[in-house]
Design a protein around this ligand. Structure first.
Ligand code: ATP
Ligand code: MG
Length: 318
């Protein structure tokens, strides 16, 4: 009998314990739920502060991690949105200025507000120059957004030395006019690398175009490529007026131009180096700039080989 009573007491007790534990767990879950509702109501900086035992704690940890990652992606998206807005503001501004000029000068012709044929020619010439400036901006912008939006990159096996020579050749006429000696050296030559020929060509054209445009009083523009182990280091350098120290960290930002460049006759848009950086990034490389009274140099470091995925196997250039 005693045994029976003992057994009954034990079973009663265990049911009681089980019930208590269940109620405890339910209250814990209710607690977690109310915290979740609180977060879902927009309190995204709140995290579930208490610790639970065993598996329930894992649920709490996961919820907190989930909120963290959601908050991060919202912040990331806001940043992208903001930078897009900035892009639109800058482009609208840069398009409006030449457009106002074009309308102004063509308006004079339209309203017969000229004294001679020479006036008409002059007004049309200004309008023409401004229209070309707009075309450059639109082309730069197109290129920039294309590279940014992850346009497919086509890696090929190509000879860097040949590419640099082609770029040099395309600037020879301009260099001659400006009395600038332009040269390219590649060691070893040929030097085969995996790259997108069109995009990488643009990198070096943009750098040389800048050297020609801004190297005031420069006597040379040098392209020098050297293999360093599994990488190649290409230096595009010119002498002439150095870039102010304070500007160096900002050069690769889109629309950044050194103080005064915007108003100068050089009329660039400040997208060239942003394009350079995006393309170099797509090639898993890096680009940096140094500038002093002796020389301004842009150094591009690229891996010789690109990671091979099934999708973009480097193919032999035909
Ligand atoms: P874009 O290339 O879009 O026509 P841009 O040439 O002004 O316009 P970037 O190529 O991004 O724009 O160059 C940014 C700025 O860096 C230039 O405005 C110029 O002031 C400065 N810069 C670039 N390269 C040189 C250089 N080799 N020597 C001196 N200044 C330079
Ligand atoms: Mg430029």
């Amino acid at each position: 009998r005693c045994v029976l009573v003992a057994l009954l007491v034990i079973s009663d007790l265990s049911v009681l314990v089980w019930r208590l534990r269940r109620r405890y767990r339910l209250s814990q879950m209710n607690h977690v739920m109310s915290e979740l509702h609180y977060i879902a109501n927009g309190h995204l900086d709140h995290r579930i502060p208490f610790h639970l035992h065993g598996q329930s704690q894992e649920v709490v940890t996961s919820i907190n991690a989930l909120v963290d990652s959601t908050v991060n992606s919202i912040a990331e998206e806001r940043k992208v949105e903001q930078s897009k807005n900035e892009l639109i503001t800058n482009v609208s501004h840069d398009l409006r200025t030449p457009l106002t000029n074009i309308i102004g000068y063509l308006g004079l012709v339209e309203d017969h507000q000229y004294h001679s044929e020479a006036d008409i020619v002059n007004y049309c010439h200004i309008a023409y120059e401004k229209a070309k400036q707009m075309k450059d901006l639109v082309e730069d912008l197109f290129e920039y957004t294309r590279v940014q939006s992850g346009a497919p990159i086509k890696f090929m096996r190509l000879d860097l030395s040949q590419m640099l020579e082609q770029v040099t050749a395309s600037f020879e006429l301009e260099a001659e006019k400006k009395h600038v000696a332009i040269n390219s050296t590649t060691v070893p030559s040929p030097l085969m690398i995996d790259a997108d020929p069109e995009q990488l060509g643009r990198v070096f054209s943009n750098l040389v175009a800048n050297a020609m445009k801004y190297g005031n009083g420069a006597s040379y523009v040098n392209l020098d490529a050297r293999q360093r182990g599994s990488k190649v280091v290409v230096k595009v350098a010119n002498d002439g007026t150095p870039i102010p120290k304070a500007s160096l960290p900002h050069l690769f930002e889109r629309f950044y131009r050194v103080e005064g460049s915007r108003s100068k006759a050089t009329g660039g848009t400040g997208l060239g180096l942003a394009i350079v950086k995006s393309i170099v990034d797509l090639h898993h490389g890096s680009v940096k700039v140094t500038s002093d009274t002796k020389e301004t140099a842009f150094t591009v470091t690229l891996p010789l080989h690109q990671p091979r995925t099934k999708k973009d196997q480097p193919t032999q250039q035909k």
